[in-house]
Design a binder for this molecule. Structure first.
Ligand code: PXP
Length: 245
């Protein structure tokens, strides 16, 4: 079965716009859980622009489905992850000036540091996932450092789809397809995410090697119109349809 991880960061973005406690991302996570999410993803950024430390505390206490804790490879985040020991930790690149996670992690360039960085997380029992571009060099490096999971960055594929650049989109889909198969062949579990919408999710959901999709921004936006249960339910339906077809 293809799992759906729901990213609730942007409920916190709306909350923080007013500096209060509403809307509560933990309430969103519990609703997503009720609506059929298989996991919740939350990214604690260095600048705390959306998810805050207390949100992670509360998510760890209240969720019955796994938490995928997204973080940059910093000593501070490693300590937080080791304190909570979430089911999964996804290592992402992070730049203060970016609006969202723009690219994949440069694993190949920082192989030794990353191998040392993830070792204690693995020893603590977290499944370590590395967010990377669909690039053979990065996948091989992720495998060498001992990651169990890679998450393929679907951002470029989704952007080309949204801009109507269908040749470029199809090229990117071809790359994602080949690299999902390559990574699976190395024994890595393959996840995918970033920018996925109802319009572009199905070709990614149809890739047999992909075991989990992580989706946030579109689903939170759509929840404003349809309600969270309906928004997630429709994504689930499209994913299942793609998988069966
Ligand atoms: N996966 C990772 C590793 C991410 O960093 C993000 C964005 O925070 C997502 C998935 C979800 O992307 P989106 O919010 O565009 O659906």
């Amino acid at each position: 079965m293809l799992r759906l991880g729901v990213n609730i960061d942007h409920v916190a973005t709306v909350r923080n716009a007013r500096g209060g406690a509403y809307p509560d991302p933990v309430r969103a996570a519990l609703l997503a859980q009720k609506a059929g999410a298989d996991g919740i993803t939350a990214h604690l950024r260095e600048d705390r622009r959306h998810i805050m430390d207390e949100d992670i505390d509360k998510l760890m206490k209240s969720l019955t489905i796994p938490l995928n804790f997204e973080m940059a490879a910093t000593a501070e985040m490693q300590q937080i992850a080791l304190r909570h020991k979430p089911h999964a930790v996804c290592i992402v690149p992070e730049k203060r000036e970016e609006r969202t996670t723009e690219g994949g992690l440069e694993v190949a360039r920082e192989e030794n540091q990353l191998a040392h960085f993830i070792a204690p997380l693995r020893e603590a029992g977290c499944r370590v996932s590395i967010f990377i571009a669909a690039d053979q060099k990065q996948i091989e490096a992720a495998h060498r450092i001992g990651a169990e999971v890679i998450e393929l960055h679907t951002g470029a594929y989704c952007d080309f789809h949204a801009e109507g650049k269908f040749d470029e989109r199809d090229q990117e889909l071809k790359r994602l397809t080949e690299m999902a198969s390559f990574a699976d062949g190395l024994g890595l579990e393959v996840h995918a995410g970033h920018g996925l919408t109802y319009g572009c999710v199905q070709p990614i959901a149809a890739l047999p090697e992909v075991k989990e999709l992580n989706i946030g921004h579109f689903l939170m936006g759509e929840s404003m119109f349809l309600g969270m249960e309906n928004a997630i339910g429709e994504m689930r339906r499209l994913m299942d349809e793609a998988r069966e077809g």
